[in-house]
Write a protein that binds this ligand. Structure first.
Ligand code: RET
Length: 273
């Protein structure tokens, strides 16, 4: 075993094929992943159609950000379903499943660092955010996702898993503050308060579900099993991503003039540069 280790080979590790098989053998888990691949694919086609006539640069920018959401999602779920971004990790002492190998879909947390900033950029543009607030929201959000990834991947100490979790929540508070206080006020001035408030409520309510299910799932307190937790995330994803982007794009397509003329802290997103 020592020889193998020096060669970089760990004999007990599962191969990607074995992880792939374990996922497919769990019908409930596999379906939670496949359904999102299908819905992301349909969303991509639908959104392309909805945005086909947009001409104002700011409206187009919101469209591109919204479009990235299902594009990142289809990539994320392909990584999960193939076993590429899923690992069986041994939980540390103190965890309810201590000593057992727990299926950890860490690719989810990794790709959230790419998809959730797109949601926030779209929302910030809609609200007429200035650069400082947009930067703060996006960087805090990336911090939240990456430290959430760290929480899921830490196997040395149960306490430190929760320390990461608390750090991630602190980043999340920054995002919530900008959404609920700063951008809500900006949207009033920009004249987009109605649609912004709808999307804000949808976002805040759903996003709060993620840390709750993380805490209850196999990686946290292990009250819920892996497949149920995966369905919870997949269900929230369907609303927080595809429904969110659909509502946003439909509004932008119907109100392109409002978007073109709105007061924005970012200045003009001009046609000629
Ligand atoms: C974690 C665990 C640590 C604490 C917190 C979390 C928050 C995650 C959120 C995820 C949102 C994801 C979305 C994905 C759609 O693509 C990482 C679960 C605060 C808010 C909307």
């Amino acid at each position: 075993a020592v020889d193998l280790l020096t060669q970089g080979i760990v004999p007990l590790e599962m191969t990607q094929t074995e992880v792939f098989q374990a996922i497919q053998d769990n019908g409930l888990l596999a379906s939670s992943l496949w359904i999102n691949i299908a819905l992301a694919g349909l969303s991509i086609l639908l959104f392309l159609y909805m945005g086909r006539n947009l001409e104002d640069p700011r409206a187009q920018l919101i469209f591109v950000a919204a479009m990235m959401v299902p594009l990142v999602s289809i990539s994320s779920y392909t990584g999960l379903v193939s076993g590429l971004t899923v690992s069986f990790l041994e939980m540390p002492a103190g965890h309810a499943l201590a000593g057992q190998e727990v299926l950890t879909p860490w690719g989810r947390y990794l790709t959230w660092a790419l998809s959730t900033p797109m949601i926030l950029i779209a929302l910030g543009l809609l609200a007429g955010s200035n650069m400082t607030k947009l930067f703060t929201a996006v960087t805090a959000d990336i911090g939240m996702c990456v430290t959430g990834l760290a929480a899921a991947l830490t196997t040395s100490s149960y306490l430190l898993r929760w320390v990461w979790y608390v750090i991630s929540c602190a980043f999340f508070v920054v995002v919530l503050y900008i959404l609920l206080a700063e951008w809500a006020e900006d949207a009033e001035i920009a004249g987009t308060a109605e649609i912004f408030n709808t999307l804000k409520v949808l976002t805040v309510v759903l996003w709060l579900g993620y840390p709750i299910f993380w805490a209850l799932g196999a990686e946290g307190l292990a009250v819920l099993d892996v497949a149920i937790t995966s369905w919870a995330y997949s269900g929230m994803d369907i609303i927080a991503k595809y429904l969110f982007a659909f509502l946003l794009l439909r509004w932008v397509a119907d109100n392109e003039r409002t978007v073109a003329d709105m007061a924005s802290g970012l200045g003009s997103v001009s046609r000629s540069g």
